[in-house]
Write a protein that binds this ligand. Structure first.
Ligand SMILES: Cc1cc2nc3c(=O)[nH]c(=O)nc-3n(C[C@H](O)[C@H](O)[C@H](O)COP(=O)(O)OP(=O)(O)OC[C@H]3O[C@@H](n4cnc5c(N)ncnc54)[C@H](O)[C@@H]3O)c2cc1C
Length: 361
């Protein structure tokens, strides 16, 4: 039996497994698919909340801690696995922002690098940006990460680690409970046991918690993305406009995102979204009209009220924990979210106060 059994192999489950194994724990990670095929694959990989000042302080706290750890994490994963998560620290430009004063006040309050820049600066950084802009907000330290590669390198790091047992293609269908303790989970292949059990199943976490009689308001929020096969230099950094964004990859490909829709657990791509994302892309970088659309996909974000995740123990149980509900920001929030839960589980001093993320907050 493992010390810890984690249900869900997205970035949250995988990073937590890696962190706990590094402390010497024996960890089993179980996923009904291969790891990192759901939201953690589908996302864009901006290592910042979009318009970060519009989120509550609880999100800023997690984001700030995570952002300071991403360069090191990315280097470590490359060393451990040979798979480069392609972290690019090129900054984020935000144009047509109508609440600039709030943004500047937030930056001052939380000591975040964010400033107003003029058109000369904007077009020097991004010559292909749509013409006619007078100014922008600029966050020079923001990174992006190629999340499918982050997923691959995290998975490889777990495969390489003798402390971790990876059980893929095994769906958790229920829990084995003895009073206040969860003894393990039911799968088609039998019971998998763990001394402590963590639910880190993204948008599906609330469904799993329901099986033990607990409710949290984590719901799937559908998002569609489009990928252009552009060449390096067409776009150089993350650009936000009108609530949407473009994200360049190192090979020149450009992602455009994203929609926010409610279709329950159904994942689909629609013609309406394709047209709308294409329009968004050209509204930011008209030059993208010269490049082919290579892919259009969707994913399910683990939506939560105000985007504040649930991190901590489940009341009524001695050994059941949750880490879910990172909503639009699971990639950026992951390092701090998992470190906070590891601190709680190991009864260490927590990196930030745990109260805002409690299940019964
Ligand atoms: C279009 C889009 C764009 C995004 N862009 C960004 C961005 O730019 N920056 C950012 O920070 N975040 C972004 N996100 C959000 C981010 O992707 C998510 O918040 C994050 O990936 C959630 O990670 P997770 O590990 O909680 O969930 P997931 O990655 O969804 O993983 C959950 C795992 O649980 C498994 N599972 C579920 N049920 C069971 C079961 N019964 N038994 C076993 N396994 C189970 C699933 O198979 C899955 O592997 C975006 C998301 C989308 C959809």
């Amino acid at each position: 039996m493992s010390d810890v059994l984690i249900v869900g192999g997205g970035v949250i489950g995988m990073m937590l497994a890696r962190e706990l194994a590094q402390t010497g724990a024996e960890v089993t990670l179980i996923d009904r698919k291969a790891c990192a095929q759901e939201s953690s694959w589908a996302g864009g990989g901006i290592v910042s909340p979009l318009y970060p000042w519009r989120y509550p302080e609880a999100v800023t706290q997690l984001a700030t801690w995570s952002q300071s750890s991403y360069v090191h994490l990315s280097d470590e994963l490359l060393d451990e696995t040979g798979c480069d998560p392609e972290l690019r620290q090129k900054g984020m430009l935000m144009v047509d922002v109508d609440d600039q004063e709030e943004a500047l006040a937030w930056a001052k309050r939380f000591h975040r690098p964010l400033r107003k820049v003029d058109a000369g600066f904007v077009y020097q950084k991004e010559p292909n940006l749509v013409q006619g802009l007078d100014e922008a907000l600029w966050m020079p330290e923001v990174c992006s990460i190629r999340n499918p590669r982050l997923g691959r390198s995290l998975r490889q790091s777990l495969v390489n680690n003798p402390k971790v047992k990876l059980l893929e293609q095994q769906e958790v269908q229920g829990f084995v409970q003895d009073g206040r303790r969860i003894l393990g989970v039911n799968t088609k292949g039998g019971v998998v046991r763990g001394d402590k059990v963590v639910i880190a199943a993204g948008a599906w976490s609330a469904e799993l918690l329901k099986m033990v009689g607990k409710d949290i308001p984590v719901k799937p929020v559908h998002g569609q993305m489009m990928l252009f096969k552009a060449k390096p230099g067409v776009v150089n950094r993350v650009i936000l406009k009108g609530g949407r964004y473009v994200i360049p990859r190192s090979d020149g490909r450009v992602l455009v995102g994203s929609t926010l829709e409610h279709f329950g657990f159904e994942k689909k791509t629609t013609g309406d979204a394709a047209r709308s994302l294409y329009k968004t892309a050209l509204g930011i970088i008209p030059e993208l009209d010269n490049y082919a659309v290579e892919h259009h996909w969707s994913g399910l974000r683990p939506g939560s009220p105000e985007g504040i995740p649930y991190i901590g123990g489940v009341s009524g149980f001695d050994n059941l924990f949750v880490n879910a509900g990172q909503y639009r920001n699971g990639l950026v929030l992951a390092p701090a979210s998992i470190r906070l839960l590891a601190d709680i589980m190991l009864e260490r001093e927590t990196i930030i106060p745990a109260e805002p993320y409690q299940l019964d907050r």
